[in-house]
Ligand binder design. Structure first.
Ligand code: SF4
Length: 358
């Protein structure tokens, strides 16, 4: 692999095609000496760990309008930040966000530290976020590896080891491409490539600036990478999910703090287990007495098991049952737009149970 040629090809593609993102300092401004604000980079990366760019963007704009600096955020009462976070997923992450903002404001005089190690020492900042902020805001040669970068590496080097076992190998391969020259632009170029060209499905290899270097492309097998542990190797669990609507709102629950998808908003479901559920068991688990109807089934693959969820839907009479009347049931009534922030297993089930999402 001619690494300098590959880097040059990807960076010049980025110079021409970089996405215009509200937290980003584009390649031309960067070359002219502008630097990204570490607060904005950090905030965007925390938000993007849970959701997509289109979903995160209005939240990012709202947060930075209300709290232009990390000190402003740090000085805000918890409840206000939690409420602004609603719809972005894990509240635990919002709590960590505040803890980190307060640590930067209190222990670092409101200035984010510039090295990966010092960033990593902040509350709630993991390896990925520390590397991303170090690279993008401080131009440190950090190896920024998320799922998109793993996919690009698995294709570029045609890595046969299936995920998740391949993770260390993919990280090492990605590390071999990092250099001191434009490390922030490099990290963002890889992110853009993974998001817009080397997509999970139907990668646009004919538009790819690094196809000449790509082993999976040479094999004509781009989409077959990354290899995954065969579905048959995973145990299958079964369950039912309930899509209960009241006018334009949909009933959600908060999952218990511990365990899979802990603390996240979710559709109400039965337990997930290997034995099939009887209709009586499904009915007993429904979040409200209503005329439940089948709405198909969805499949979701977690790392350690596959899940089939039967979807049941019902509508509450808008006049007869106001949402407040069900407050004791633990249901949380969400707008359809807020469903976009659900974990993908529940988003799939919501899509199956609703004629329209938004
Ligand atoms: Fe991805 Fe195709 Fe480019 Fe290879 S050639 S990096 S598979 S888009």
């Amino acid at each position: 692999m001619n690494v300098p040629a590959l880097r040059a090809a990807l960076l010049s593609w980025y110079d021409a095609q970089a996405r215009d993102l509200p937290w980003r300092v584009g390649p031309a401004e960067h070359a002219a000496g502008a630097r990204a604000d570490p607060y904005r980079v950090w905030l965007s990366e925390v938000m993007l760990q849970q959701t997509t760019v289109p979903h995160a963007t209005p939240y990012f704009l709202d947060f930075t309008r209300r709290w232009p600096t990390v000190r402003d955020l740090a000085a805000t009462p918890d409840a206000e930040v939690m409420s602004a976070w609603a719809g972005l997923g894990y509240y635990a992450r919002a709590r960590n966000l505040l803890a980190c903002a307060r640590a930067v404001a209190g222990d670092h005089a409101g200035v984010f530290p510039a090295t990966e190690d010092a960033l990593r020492a902040l509350p709630g900042v993991g390896a990925y976020t520390a590397a991303a902020v170090a690279a993008i805001a401080f131009d440190r040669a950090a190896n920024v590896v998320d799922g998109n970068v793993e996919r690009v590496m698995s294709r570029l080097f045609a890595v046969e080891t299936p995920l998740p076992d391949a993770k260390p190998e993919l990280k090492a391969l990605s590390g071999g491409l990092v250099a001191d020259h434009r490390p922030g632009d490099w990290a963002q170029a890889l992110m853009d490539l993974g998001a817009t060209v080397c997509r999970p499905r139907a990668p646009l290899c004919d538009r790819c600036p690094i196809s000449a270097f790509c082993a999976a492309f040479a094999q004509g097998a781009a989409e077959t990478f990354p290899r995954k542990t065969r579905k048959a190797d995973r145990p299958r669990r079964l369950g039912a999910a309930f899509v209960l609507t009241h006018g334009d709102r949909v009933a959600l629950v908060r999952r218990p703090p511990k365990g899979l998808l802990g603390g996240m908003l979710a559709l109400p479901t039965t337990d997930w287990r290997t034995a099939p559920f009887s209709e009586a068991e499904i009915a007993a688990a429904a979040p409200a007495g209503a005329a439940w109807r089948p709405a198909g089934a969805i499949e979701h693959v977690f790392t350690h098991f596959s899940l089939t969820l039967e979807v049941r839907r019902a509508e509450l009479d808008e006049k007869a049952a106001a949402p407040a009347n069900l407050a004791d049931s633990g249901l949380i009534w969400a707008s359809r737009a807020e469903l976009e922030g659900l974990p993908s297993v529940f988003l799939k089930a919501a899509r199956a149970g609703l004629d329209r999402l938004i």
